[in-house]
Structure formats: structure tokens, C-alpha cells
Design a protein around this ligand. Structure first.
Ligand SMILES: C[S@@+](CC[C@H](N)C(=O)[O-])C[C@H]1O[C@@H](n2cnc3c(N)ncnc32)[C@H](O)[C@@H]1O
Length: 257
């Protein structure tokens, strides 16, 4: 039976790699590295650096593969994601069946942690369900961008005894600030924070966290919103891409609510 390891590699700093993740990569015969097109070569470079710094197994080899872009035209969001996952499942099936002999181990290097806004686990489950190539798999946790954000700003994620929401830019307006006191926003291509008008809200924003290009800005949302939007646009233009995450908060520890 082939063995697949879904390995969280951290969110940008190669030193996010855990010892468990390093050992997992060294136990693999083949390392599968996704590349996402020329504009984000830095992300593939982090993965390559991880392999060159931490993989000491002389018998392993690396296989890079292209991840297709998600199509959005003429379909709902869910249809687009479903079709995208089906296409990636086909690629994974080809990699597992074509690059791994029976009883060999392959590792997928996954950004951050595989459980957080990442579909590797569900796509691997799809491949299993197709039942054309036999394998088992396990998941190795990694440092997430959410942890990197809180560490960079030196903040706890939650207020004392309070819940936390993790959401996307697309859905932020459904919850913050009416239903949630702490919302972490990921995958926000629309700067959803710009539409929040709450004089008490604080923002803790971070882009390219853990990389040499890291930017952090924090403060009262009403005072920082325009600065973040401007800084974000400038960085995106200079780098050709951006990855950012932020935490919005209202209230304070020990507030009665
Ligand atoms: C597809 S999700 C992957 C999340 C990843 N699995 C994790 O554990 O952080 C990509 C989103 O994660 C966030 N992200 C990941 N790495 C980041 C980084 N180094 N700096 C800022 N945001 C990051 C951004 O919100 C980005 O849009």
C-alpha cells in the first residue's frame, strides 16, 4: 500500500517547520511540491528552501506540479470550488499512481496547517473515494498564518473566556461586529475591513508573515483602515501578489457582555 503524508510546513518562515514535519519529509521517497505560477514563485521558493535545509534523506526526490487556477466565470462559488477540487484530485491521482511504487511514501508540502482553509485533506479523500489507486494517509500539523499573525502582534487570539470566529473576506459582513467580538479574516481579496464602521473596533493586520517582506499594522480600525488599504495595494503591486490576514476585535478582557 502506498503511504501519503500531508505535511504542514508553516506559513512562510522555514523555521516554522516542526521536528515532526522534518522527520515526515525525511521518511518520504517523493516530495510533491505545488507551484502556483510565476507570480508567486516566492511561495514555491519557501518550499524548495525547506527541502534543501531540512531534507537529508539522499534517496528522496522532488516532484513539482502546477496547481490549476480556479475558474469563476459562469458558475456559483461552490460549483467553481467543486470543479477546481475535481481537477486537482485528477492531478493527485496521477502523482500518487505515477510517481510512487507500491509500499512507497509520498509527502505533500502544505502551506501553514492542512486543516485551515486548505483543501488537501478533502481532495486526498476524493482521490481515495475514486478508488483507482490504493493508499493510506496521515496528516502532520503545521504553524498557521493565524498563529504567525498573533505572534507578530504579540496578542492572544481570544478575549478571556470568549469565542473566536475565523472567516473569509467574502463573509465578514455577516458576523463582525454584530455577532462576533473577535474575527480573524483570511482569503480577503476585497479588503472587507474597509466596509466595517465601528468606532470601537481594533485591527491587527499582517502580510507576507514570516517572510523577509513581512508587514504588520495595528490600531483602531477607523484610523488604520485607509493606511492598510494603501500599504496593501502598494505591496501587491511591487511583489505582484499578496497574502494577508487580519484580526478584528471589539471589547476587552473581562467585559461583561
Ligand atoms: C489558502 S489559505 C491557506 C492557509 C494556511 N493553510 C494556514 O494554515 O495559514 C491562504 C490564506 O492564508 C493566509 N496566509 C497564509 N500565509 C500567510 C502569510 N504568510 N501571511 C499572511 N497571510 C497568510 C491569507 O489570508 C491567505 O489568503
Amino acid at each position: 500500500m502506498r503511504n501519503i503524508l500531508i505535511v504542514g510546513i508553516g506559513a512562510g518562515n522555514p523555521e516554522h517547520m516542526t521536528i515532526q514535519a522534518i522527520n515526515a519529509l525525511n521518511s518520504a521517497d517523493v516530495l510533491f511540491i505545488p507551484t502556483k505560477g510565476a507570480r508567486k514563485t516566492e511561495l514555491a521558493d519557501v518550499r524548495r528552501e525547506i527541502v534543501s535545509r531540512f531534507v537529508t534523506n539522499p534517496n528522496s526526490r522532488t516532484v513539482e506540479f502546477a496547481v490549476p487556477e480556479r475558474k469563476t466565470a459562469d458558475r456559483t462559488y461552490n460549483q467553481g470550488v467543486d470543479q477546481w477540487h475535481a481537477a486537482i484530485a485528477g492531478i493527485y491521482e496521477g502523482l500518487i499512481g505515477g510517481e510512487l511504487a507500491d509500499n512507497r511514501t509520498g509527502a505533500f508540502l502544505v502551506w501553514g496547517d492542512p486543516m485551515l482553509y486548505d483543501s488537501t485533506i478533502r481532495i486526498i479523500e476524493r482521490v481515495k473515494a475514486r478508488d483507482r489507486v490504493a493508499f493510506d494517509y496521515s496528516v502532520i500539523a503545521g504553524i498557521t498564518s493565524l498563529q504567525a499573525l498573533c505572534a507578530a502582534h504579540r496578542i492572544p487570539l481570544n478575549l478571556v473566556g470568549k469565542p473566536v470566529e475565523i472567516t473569509t473576506g467574502r463573509r465578514l459582513k455577516e458576523s463582525f461586529p454584530e455577532k462576533s467580538e473577535t474575527s480573524v479574516v483570511m482569503l480577503d481579496g476585497q479588503q472587507a475591513f474597509s466596509d466595517i464602521n465601528d468606532p470601537d473596533a481594533m485591527i491587527y493586520w499582517g502580510a507576507y508573515l514570516g517572510t523577509p517582506a513581512e508587514i504588520t499594522i495595528s490600531g483602531r480600525l477607523a484610523e488604520k483602515s485607509a493606511e492598510i488599504a494603501e500599504r496593501r495595494a502598494k505591496a501587491r503591486e511591487e511583489m505582484g501578489w499578496i497574502m494577508d490576514i487580519y484580526l478584528l476585535r471589539k471589547g476587552a478582557d473581562f467585559d461583561e457582555a
